[in-house]
Design a protein around this ligand. Structure first.
Ligand code: ATP
Ligand code: MG
Length: 287
């Protein structure tokens, strides 16, 4: 009963998004047609760049994103910041093909996203959502999901994502101990670390973190991000965060406000000249 109530609350909370995905989920005919369509689409081996060209997304006459231009290139760490509701997660939903632009184009490796297989894109992008869903099985299974368990990768990821710290202290066996429904036997920060390890299991070149480390202290957030840069194949990082301090050595920070890009630059530049950046930084630092 608790589980049903939990899911219902989740659905009500995300009613707007649910209205968009409902037809996809329950229109079986369309789903099969889409699947057939997807099979005919181009598959790529790795993602080298993602370009948003004048992309807008509207829902019920409200423009949630307005004429967005961004070019994500190799060996770049990009931060995205903005108030709650400014459109950060919507931007990611567009890149992952969960929603389609109302205007403009998205290109992956210079090919239009419309011609690419969405399953293939999602296999090539490591994505950690704002809310990570863990199920009642071992941590190892929660990381590998339906793929074969490779103990060497699991052990590497356990170090990179700082899982080993809490596994040892709490005497949790990564291969044998179940973590309860929704991972309820773990803390919020521990769940997030498992979520990041899951996103890295496929060895993606591009990693998107949507406020995926906010339950961890700043020191460990920084440590995980630098571990990812140093020890994995990831060469494009897109980090959505309210913690601007994580973005000090990032190549670019994009500031979103009410669906518009209102500023972009490095931490130092924005600190010097952008009011909204400084306001967001102050809000976070004072909390
Ligand atoms: N799939 C969707 N369909 C329609 N509207 C949506 C969808 N997803 C989000 N929205 C709306 O778009 C706006 C931007 O939401 P979004 O989730 O992108 O904000 P955000 O910047 O990620 O905020 P937060 O920091 O709270 O996570 C909100 O007004 C939200 O209600
Ligand atoms: Mg969001």
């Amino acid at each position: 009963m608790q589980a049903i109530y939990y899911s219902m609350t989740d659905l009500y909370g995300n009613k707007d998004s649910f209205e968009v995905i409902y037809p996809e989920l329950f229109n079986e005919k369309k789903y099969i047609e889409n699947k057939k369509l997807n099979n005919n689409k181009i598959k790529i081996n790795q993602i080298d760049s993602i370009k948003l060209d004048n992309v807008s997304f509207s829902y019920k006459d409200k423009k949630n994103l307005n004429k967005i231009n961004i070019n994500f290139k190799q060996n770049q760490k990009i931060g995205i910041i903005g108030k709650s509701g400014s459109g950060k997660s919507t931007l990611i939903d567009l890149i992952l093909g969960f929603i389609q632009p109302s205007e403009g184009k998205i290109q992956i490796n210079t090919r239009s996203i419309e011609n690419l297989s969405l399953n293939n894109i999602r296999e090539n992008i490591g994505f950690v959502p704002q809310n990570i869903f863990l199920f009642n099985d071992t941590i190892e299974k929660n990381i590998s999901l339906d793929k074969k368990i490779d103990e060497q990768i699991i052990s590497q990821l356990s170090n990179i994502c700082l899982l080993s710290d809490f596994l040892e202290t709490n005497k949790i066996d990564i291969s044998n101990d179940k973590i309860g429904n929704y991972g309820k036997m773990l803390s919020g920060g521990q769940r997030q670390r498992v979520g990041i390890a899951r996103a890295l299991y496929n060895k993606p070149k591009i990693l998107i973190l949507d406020e995926a480390t906010n339950a961890l202290d700043s020191l460990n957030q920084n440590k995980i991000i630098s571990n990812i840069i140093e020890y994995t194949n990831v060469n494009i990082v897109i980090l959505i965060t309210h913690n601007t301090n994580l973005l000090k050595d990032f190549d670019k920070i994009i500031v979103l406000d009410d669906g518009n890009i209102v500023a972009e630059g490095t931490f130092k530049n924005l600190e010097k000249e952008n009011n909204l950046f400084n306001q967001l930084k102050k809000n976070f630092d004072n909390n």
